[in-house]
Design a binder for this molecule. Structure first.
Ligand code: PMP
Length: 434
């Protein structure tokens, strides 16, 4: 492994040209020079198992995806004002995986842009401006998406909460107001949304939308409590608002049991936002809405997006979908994810530092604590553990409002052997703690 100052010159040069807000992972940074499926390679010849990059869904540089991109790039890449078969084929492909009412696609280049558009559509459709979000959520980096993201607006450098944005409780069954032992927790967390809607109604304010991830990522890798979205979506619709599912991190089979996260809650959103895994690293994202919403949004103002829906992006999206289907990635996420969750729960019995293991499929969180009574977050510890795992060849990172949750959401080709060696190394690393 490299020494501390191997990259001193590179870091110095980077700091001259690149905004310092883009931090670098790890005390001794990695210079990754190549990727293949679930593996990454650095410039020193070391191999790492990527346990965290959910963007490289089909695996880093999956040959079928790369070839599809190369083929189209050498043929044509232009904007979307011409007829092009792959635009339609991809629209059909995506909507065929969604509930039948979700029919119309708008393509963008990032999840932030897609969430921004979803909010614009919901505001136009409802004639309202106010939006309900979940506490600690992150929905992106555009100005509108930042306004939807307590993780950003409440954090350092944040602009604070706008008057038209309202926070619902983070439905965290481990450390929130209602916990695993409360079988009505889903309903009770939904009541926090009901009271927000009621207090707005008292002031004569309606809502444009409720937006949340269908398994909370930045919020702490938190699966939603049973029955939660069913209650909330009903409340939001009764108040005239639209229900937006942010599937940017969760979608495309990662949760194993289902293809989309909202299916775990047995609900149908009015708008679905897709990103990250959709293009396996190529900048592609999408907003999918009902025909009724699309018709209303066709309001005389053109929706034009220079790169959104270009032929290379569409061929990339098609290739990713084919790999997901042909290589049965959803099934693999289910099997490997269940195995991993079970083994991590075994570790929890032996290592007191693990307070909670949760997740679905290959979207897993391990919450580290100093004490099982106070649940005090094990923050310096988690940072050391991430570094030690990196030195052993496993790339993971941290998440959650208290920065004490190990997030594990590898490329979907992460397999049982990878899971076995990951858990065994984590076991050894944790042995140094309480
Ligand atoms: N929504 C969620 C849930 C996300 O996690 C992210 C990115 N981390 C975004 C939206 C924004 O996506 P992008 O970075 O592609 O703009």
């Amino acid at each position: 492994f490299q020494t501390d100052d191997d990259y001193a010159g590179l870091k110095q040069e980077r700091s001259r040209y690149i905004g310092a807000n883009l931090s670098i992972s790890y005390k001794k940074p990695l210079k990754i020079v190549r990727g293949a499926l679930q593996y990454l390679y650095d410039d020193q010849g070391n191999t790492y198992i990527d346990c965290v990059n959910n963007v490289s869904h089909a695996g880093h540089c999956h040959p079928s995806v790369v070839m599809a991109m190369q083929r189209q790039l050498a043929k044509l890449n232009t904007n979307t004002r011409y007829l092009h078969d792959s635009l339609i084929e991809y629209g059909k492909m995506i909507t065929s995986t969604l509930p039948s009412k979700l029919k119309v696609c708008y393509f963008t280049n990032s999840g932030s842009e897609a969430n921004d558009l979803a909010i614009r559509i919901s505001r136009f459709f409802t004639g309202q401006k106010d939006v309900i979000v979940l506490d600690h959520a992150y929905h992106g980096t555009s100005t509108v998406a930042m306004e939807l993201s307590p993780y950003k607006f409440d954090g350092p450098g944040g602009a604070g909460q706008q008057s038209y944005i309202h926070k619902g409780m983070n439905p965290d069954l481990y450390r929130g107001n209602y916990r695993y032992d409360d079988e009505n927790a889903g309903k009770k967390y939904a009541e926090s949304i009901a009271s927000t809607i009621d207090s707005l109604a008292e002031k004569g304010t309606g809502i444009a939308a409720f937006i949340c991830e269908t398994l909370l990522g930045v919020g702490g890798q938190i699966p939603l409590p049973e029955g939660y979205l069913k209650e909330v979506y009903q409340l939001v619709r009764n108040a005239g608002g639209l229900c937006i599912a942010d599937e940017v991190q969760v979608g495309f089979g990662r949760v194993g049991e289902k293809f989309w996260g909202f299916e775990l809650q047995d609900v149908e959103p009015d708008i679905v936002v897709l990103g990250k895994p959709i293009g396996n690293g190529h900048p592609l994202a999408a907003v999918v809405v009902t025909e009724e919403i699309a018709k209303a949004f066709n309001n005389g103002m053109e929706y034009f997006n220079t790169y959104g829906g270009n032929p290379v992006s569409m061929e990339t999206g098609i290739a990713v979908m084919r790999v997901i289907q042909e290589e049965k990635l959803q099934q693999r996420a289910l099997e490997t994810g269940n195995y991993l969750l079970e083994k991590l729960k075994d570790l929890m019995k032996r290592h007191k530092i693990i307070g909670d293991v949760r997740g679905k499929g290959l979207f897993v969180g391990v919450e580290l604590i100093k004490d099982r009574n106070t649940l005090s977050p094990a923050v310096p510890e988690i940072n050391e553990i991430v570094e030690q795992m990196k030195d052993r060849g496993f790339l993971i990172s941290t998440d959650g409002p208290l920065h004490n949750v190990l997030k594990i959401k590898p490329p979907m080709l992460f397999n049982i052997e990878n899971a076995i060696s990951f858990v065994s190394h984590l076991d050894e690393v944790l042995t140094g703690y309480y």
